[in-house]
Every structure is written in C-alpha cells, then in structure tokens.
Ligand binder design. Structure first.
Ligand SMILES: [Zn+2]
Length: 88
C-alpha cells in the first residue's frame, strides 16, 4: 500500500492515528511555515523524504540532521522514498 505524501493532509490524518503527539507537532510547524516541503521535526526547508520502516508503515520528511538524530535515538531503519523497493 502506498503511503500518503509526507506532510500532506492525508498523511497528517494517518499520523494522528499512530502518533498523535508527533502529528500535533508537525501540524503546528506546517502552520508556522505555511508550506509542506519542510522537515517534519525542525522545519528546515531542504529536507529529503525518507521512508520510515520497521515498526510502522509511515513516511517522514526529514532533513539530514534530524534523520541522523532519529536514527541514533531510535535505531530505526530509514530509507529514501526513491530507494529501490528491493533493497528495503
Ligand atoms: Zn530537521
């Protein structure tokens, strides 16, 4: 199943069901910057889009710094959305 585009309205709706605290943070951040192509954690405007794998079927748009922080903190496997699905 295809995950919704990160930071879109459908994505936020899905995230509210799995991680309401993160969804609240992202919704507030998106309202502050008035755009959706930003890092979901810090609001940086040059993020890559990463697939968040392993424990939930969601995507997360993260900048390089937040991607490193997330991986180091949670040990979760993150893969770029445009990665070859055979490698995931
Ligand atoms: Zn960031």
């Amino acid at each position: 199943m295809q995950s919704p585009e990160p930071n879109s309205a459908a994505w936020l709706e899905a995230l509210y069901k799995t991680d309401p605290m993160l969804a609240t943070h992202v919704q507030s951040l998106l309202a502050d910057v008035s755009r959706s192509d930003v890092c979901a954690i810090c609001g940086d405007d040059h993020p890559a889009a990463y697939q968040l794998c392993a424990f939930r079927p969601m995507t997360l748009r993260l900048c390089t710094y937040c991607h490193s922080l997330y991986r180091d903190t949670y040990g979760a496997a993150l893969h770029p959305l445009n990665a070859d699905p055979a490698l995931l």
